[in-house]
Design a protein around this ligand. Structure first.
Ligand code: PA5
Length: 465
């Protein structure tokens, strides 16, 4: 079946001690609440208020047709998007694509374009990207649910002008838009100019949207098997249909993190894949956990300031940078490992210089074995220093297992909203920043806010050396 699994032995009291570990009794004490939260989420789903649950079953035919149409035509597919419009795509492409696909010739890429995700607006980097990717050989995919995010719209305006100057009226064939079906300036521009477009479902928020057109269009164009990805998500959905909290991987993961935070003071959560290909998942999870659960008010309006700080680390690389802190620093962290049981390749270590005892132990082994032993070593170091951890195990990295993992993290986040009693689907802190940008860049309708910001920011700049 190739199911991913959740091993939480390292978070239990008998491994890391009473002060830092959980007991089965404590976890089970959440069962009653879990049922209520589940019921509430299902009600919201049935009322059509949250839509990410429906994504594993969506019809992908139009997306696959579009991907087939562009295959072989372009060297580059350039995504313009930020946050939830970018992180999921990067995570899946990093996991499933060739790690150095940008260096492969088109034939070796089977006609699929190179995927670039321009999710920042650093002028130097954006300029460099536009210069190394020949516009005549590129397709630009503008992704924004709201269709108005300043960063993405600025990128769009730059690209549109560049294409119009180089290709005249043909610029319209080089831009595909993924946005709300009705609202927003991006939708109206797409309509007015007849641009190819796909819809972001109304009831799916940015960070929960990778399994919608937001992620599926670019991923299908880059050669990812999107049906297998969705089948993986559907499999996780099926596993989470069980009645018992202890049997639902997503809810159980969520409950473990919540208890570690609220009962054992683990206010930070470090996701550490022992796989470079899964590093993007740690970034994706950071956004999900941070934006969904980092809230000032709970659902009743009470000031609560919830949220566990998500951090990313990479095994084995960060054994040589961050692990020292995790093993001996403050007792405020829960580690979550992503572990791969079977890597795609085995890389043997030759027995050259095996006459030297300092190297002989490596002879005849493999990078696979070394990686595993080092992962075991980090877990061992944590356990012996009473530092809790969870392992999410993937039998292999495939579209099916990555689909399971993504959906599990989304479901876990939605459920954690119930545990913390906050709304996991809004992001007032993000909107605050967006509104500041609109006001200070002179957007119409933001005059009052601009005046207020100017008044309040009179106090800044007094302590500058
Ligand atoms: O999760 C979210 O809602 C945000 O991170 C958004 O994805 C991000 O702000 C980009 O918004 P949009 O897709 O509207 O451009």
């Amino acid at each position: 079946m190739n199911d991913i699994s959740l091993d939480y032995t390292g978070l239990m009291e008998d491994v890391v001690g009473e002060k830092h570990g959980l007991t089965v009794k404590l976890i089970e004490s959440l069962s009653g609440r879990a049922e209520k939260i589940h019921k509430n989420l299902i009600e919201l789903k049935e009322k059509g208020e949250i839509g990410f649950y429906d994504l594993p079953k969506i019809d992908t035919r139009d997306i696959k047709r579009f991907a087939a149409k562009i295959r072989g035509k372009y060297e580059n597919l350039i995504i313009l998007g930020i946050g939830g419009s970018a992180l999921g795509t990067t995570a899946v492409q990093t996991a499933l694509g060739h790690s150095f696909s940008h260096l492969l010739k088109k034939q070796k890429r089977n006609g699929y374009p190179r995927l670039f995700v321009a999710d920042n607006i650093d002028p130097d980097v954006f300029d460099e990207l536009l210069r190394v990717t020949e516009p005549k050989k590129s397709l630009y995919c503008v992704i924004s649910k709201s269709g108005s995010t300043a960063e993405t719209m600025a990128q769009f305006l730059i690209v549109q002008r560049m294409l119009e100057q180089k290709l005249k009226g043909k610029w319209k064939k080089r831009i595909v838009v993924i946005t709300d079906g009705e609202k927003g300036p991006l939708r109206s521009i797409a309509r007015e100019h007849g641009l190819a477009s796909f819809e972001v479902p109304k009831n799916v928020g940015g960070r929960f949207s990778v399994l919608s057109a937001v992620g599926l269009v670019p991923l299908a164009c880059a050669g990812v098997d999107i049906d297998a990805l969705l089948a993986g998500a559907a499999r996780m959905d099926e596993r989470c249909g069980a009645a018992d909290l202890m049997q639902k991987p997503a809810y159980l993961f969520s409950a473990l993190c919540y208890l570690a935070d609220t009962k054992k003071a683990k206010s930070s959560i470090v996701m550490m894949p022992y796989s470079s290909k899964l590093y993007g998942i740690a970034d994706f999870f950071r956004q999900l956990w941070a934006e969904s659960l980092g809230k000032r008010f709970d659902k009743t309006g009470k000031e609560v300031h919830t949220g566990q700080t998500p951090i990313k680390a990479l095994g084995v690389t960060d054994q040589h940078s961050q692990v020292q802190l995790y093993v001996e620093g403050p007792f405020d962290k829960l580690l979550v490992f992503l572990e791969v049981e079977r890597f795609g390749k085995r890389v043997d270590i030759p027995d050259t210089f095996s006459d030297r005892p300092e190297l002989a132990y490596l002879a005849g082994s493999s990078l696979n074995e070394l990686m595993k032993v080092e992962n075991d070593g980090t877990r061992y170091a944590l356990a012996t220093h009473n530092r809790p951890y969870i392992s999410i195990k993937l039998p292999e990295i495939s579209a099916h297992t990555v689909g399971q993992l993504i959906y599990m993290l989304e479901l876990a986040t939605a459920f954690a909203g119930g545990l913390y009693q906050v709304n996991p689907f809004d992001q007032p802190g993000v909107e605050f920043g967006k509104n500041y940008t609109y006001a200070m860049m002179g957007r119409e309708g933001y005059d009052d806010l601009r005046a207020e910001i100017r008044k309040r920011s009179g106090i800044s700049g007094q302590k500058v050396l």
